[in-house]
Design a protein around this ligand. Sequence first.
Ligand code: DGL
Length: 273
Amino acid sequence: MDKSDRPIGVFDSGLGGLTVLAAMRRALPRENFVYFGDTARVPYGTKSPDSVRQFSREITAWLVSRGIKTLVVACNTASSVALDAVRAAARGVPVTGVIEPGAAAFAASGGRKVLVIGTAATVASRAYGRALRRAAPGALVTERACPLFVPLVEEGWSDPSRGRRAAALTRLAAEEYLSPYRGKGYDSLILGCTHYPLLKGIIARAMGRKINIIDSAEAAALAVRGTLAREGLLRRGGRGSARFFVSDAPARFSALAAALLGIRPGRVGVKRF
Ligand code: DGL
């Protein structure tokens, strides 16, 4: 097989990484993907860095053994605390996380003052702060954990068609987390978690509509395209495909993928560690 025909490996703590997969499929429609969601051990956002590193190493070794040509760490928490461990386990396969691309997108936008939101583990790691200081020296960076957003998205409570009270509760959570930053001169906000693109409208409203919302998923997709082009690994013909694996509860994964993202994964394999 031509090396460019090999799949792109993608992993996340669960189903949130499907936002990154969707962005990649838009940017790279010819590519084949193999997606792994660690549904047995989700959430990563409340775990210790050591545990997330261990999980990420195991998943990386398995994806690499499937002959992937590049690896994308879709999970912001794993990208924040485990990128070095993933690179070490990837045996030379190029690795893209979501933090650097998000920081580069902010730098390219010319923004000066940015709020980064993510899980507790992502914010505690300060990985976005470090990447932003490298990409945009002089920028003012604030990081804020919004731990209720992930369960609210997974319950479908961000979707007004699922009930007005539920959507109002999600808006209230966004107000509680974000109103202290509204009107304080923030020109940009980085969605530093896989689930947050699904709350983009609610987050924009809570911050005041003029804010530039940077989606790490979109930025990572463009970075992957750049990496493949540089390495001469872009697939040249054909239509792309995606295969899905999880570590537990494949039926729940499929149901949520369809309900939240309109993705129908087909047969979902199970890989336990
Ligand atoms: N995928 C995680 C992230 O982007 C969110 C869900 C979790 O906490 O595992 O940080």
